[in-house]
Design a protein around this ligand. Structure first.
Ligand code: DMJ
Length: 610
């Protein structure tokens, strides 16, 4: 009992104890100064502090002369090797790797979910890390089982684990020159067997009254579990970003129920109606209705929009319904969410927390930065602008959309350029003029600055407003992902160059002795390193974070590698990347599959006619 009660020292003891604390504080400050200040003042001050600096030395950022992209690509591979070997050494088989404390944690004891290993399979293949790949494959065949009496997040498990197996299967079978694994030695079905077993378990989540998947599912009992927050509603993005995975699996196995179950979700979501294709970010699995007015392309909203266009591309443009939904949503985004910052006119993809009749909030999660790339993909379908124009069908609308994608890309690049570390915060706010203007069809559309003046007082910096709660960086992929698409599609080397600067900042500031760790503050040098799972984090963020410890290997490093690669590696017009950067093929619907539903006509408010 007494342990629960605060204990007060007598006052003389309190004074003594206060003196002791002050003394300890002074000693700590001196030690801190010694640790950071000395690193800071030597000529190598750009190197990361303490252990990370040894890692920094392994990279070659200072080379003079002509840029060698092959060499830069190799440096990304080196980052992957370092990161992977730290994981193999200290946390092999664990679902999380904490590179600072050099240990791991199982999300689901005793064997875990393969969270890091499965998610990285196709990155290991792309980078030709065959020895590491074989160890990963061995672990999957001897240790991994999904027969676990445990709840998992339906969406995260689908995009990472199911997506990971499917991407590995696709690369291995379609690009044997990239991934020289001897398929004759058995095990070529390993990934598909695991994928089918896992997907069968995940289908339990869709067993709701409306067909909208529950946020979680128990892998053993296959029972769907409503979210513990948000009144039990599922996130819009999560419910609608499992379709590429389930459809590709259905196509591979011929098991049609995977297709039908995922497709049904799209029908229910479309029936909820919405003005100009923009939807609130939560949906009830019980009623199939939207439960909030908040509209955004950041968390909970993002990949709903991404998967509209990608579903259209996945089945080789044979399902116009998804193009129609994408076009409608893009029109809505331009009309209701695009505004311009002050004083420098950056294009901002803002939020509407209180619906389309409410005011605009000039806030962008870093997550929104997937959008310039996805827009570029939608504009040409994956071919270059040059090829698209040569077809003779290039429209004024494509030209305007491409300009918008480039301007949004500029805004995302600015999120990196504006901080001392050269890394983006998790969330950025923008200053708007007193009377802000919105995008309008006829233009003209304001443009941000052509260059980012490096002066620390340059006026463009004041458009960006970073709140102290949002200064962390989780090594997220979205900006690099968009740079990759824009480079491939426009051919402009500038996007690669910016990518290289971000990669440099990433190595400089997130390297620790045996890998890379997220950081706590992008606005200070040196930034405090995090261990990906600090106990002082609020529970909500902790739960969120645990899904992201593998992100850098599966996504961020993969996009860097592809950005610096030759443009012919993984032709963009033949594949779709799932929202976790796993690579799937495009295919024809064939006889077995079809879009099993039709859109209804809409009334003036955007609701389906009865
Ligand atoms: C990824 O895991 C996916 O892209 C997801 O859709 C949301 N964002 C994270 C990485 O930031």
């Amino acid at each position: 009992m007494y342990k629960d009660k605060p204990y007060f020292y007598p006052s003389s003891q309190r004074r003594k104890s206060r003196r002791l604390w002050i003394g300890l504080l002074i000693v700590s400050l001196i030690l801190c100064w010694y640790e950071f200040g000395s690193t800071f003042s030597n000529k190598d001050s750009l190197a990361p502090y303490h252990v990370g600096s040894r890692l920094w030395d392994k990279f070659d950022f200072g080379r003079e002369g002509k840029v060698n992209w092959r060499d830069r690509q190799e440096q990304v591979k080196q980052a992957m090797e370092i990161s992977w070997s730290g994981y193999e050494k200290y946390a092999w088989g664990y679902d999380e790797y904490h590179p600072v404390t050099k240990n791991g944690r199982m999300m689901v004891p005793p064997t875990g979910l393969g969270w890091i290993i499965v998610d990285a399979l196709d990155t290991l293949m792309l980078m030709n890390m065959t020895t590491q790949l074989m160890r990963a494959r061995d672990w999957i065949s001897t240790t991994l089982t999904y027969d676990l009496d445990h709840d998992v997040n339906t969406f995260e498990t689908t995009i990472r684990m199911l997506g990971g197996f499917l991407g590995a299967h696709y690369l291995q079978t379609t690009f044997p020159d990239i991934c020289p694994v001897d398929l004759t030695k058995g095990g070529e079905d390993l990934y598909i067997e695991q994928a089918t077993d896992l997907a069968g378990r995940l289908l339990g989540a869709f067993d709701s009254k409306s067909g909208i998947p529950y946020a979680s599912v128990n892998l053993k009992t296959m029972e769907g579990i409503p979210s513990h927050a948000d009144g039990g509603a599922s996130s819009l993005a999560e419910a609608t970003s499992v379709q590429l995975e389930m459809k590709y699996l259905a196509r591979l196995t011929g098991e049609k129920h995977f297709w039908d179950t995922a497709e049904k979700v799209m029908e229910v979501v479309d029936k909820t109606g919405s003005k100009d294709g923009l939807k609130g970010i939560f949906i009830s699995p019980d009623t199939g209705t939207i439960t909030t007015t908040t509209i955004r392309l950041g968390s909970r909203g993002d990949s709903y929009y991404e998967y509209l266009i990608k579903q259209y591309l996945q089945t080789n443009k044979e399902e116009p319904i998804y193009k129609e939904m994408w076009d409608e949503a893009l029109h809505g985004i331009k009309k209701h969410l695009i505004t311009y910052s002050s004083p420098s006119n950056f294009t901002v993809l803002a939020e509407r927390p209180n619906g389309l009749d409410g005011s605009i909030e000039p806030k962008m999660d870093h997550l929104v930065c997937f959008m310039p790339g996805t827009m570029a993909l939608a504009i040409t379908g994956g071919i270059s602008v040059q090829e698209a124009k040569a077809k003779g069908t290039w429209t004024k609308e494509q030209e305007t959309d491409l300009e918008l994608a480039k301007e949004l890309m500029k805004t995302c690049i600015g999120m990196y350029k504006v901080t001392k570390t050269g890394l983006s915060p998790e969330i950025t706010y923008f200053n708007l003029p007193d009377e802000h203007i919105m995008w309008n069809e006829d233009g003209p559309h304001p443009k941000g600055p052509d260059t980012f003046d490096e002066d620390e007082y340059a006026s463009w910096r004041s458009d960006y407003n970073i709140h102290s709660n949002d200064v962390h960086n989780l090594q997220r992929p979205e900006t690099v992902e968009s740079l990759f698409y824009l480079y491939r599609i426009t051919g402009d080397e500038m996007y690669r160059q910016v990518g290289w600067e971000i990669f440099e900042a990433f190595v400089k500031h997130t390297a620790v002795e045996d890998g890379f760790s997220s950081i706590g503050d992008v606005t200070t040098i040196p930034p405090p390193t995090r261990n990906n799972m600090e106990s002082f984090w609020p529970v909500r963020q902790l739960t969120f974070l645990k899904y992201h410890t593998d992100m850098i290997q599966a996504e961020t490093l993969k996009y860097f590698y592809l950005l610096f690669a030759d443009r012919s590696l993984i032709p963009l017009d033949q594949v779709v990347f799932n929202t976790e950067a796993h690579i799937f093929p495009r295919f024809e619907l064939g006889k077995l599959f079809r879009t099993g539903w039709k859109r209804k006509g809409r009334d003036d408010r955007g609701y389906p006619l009865q």
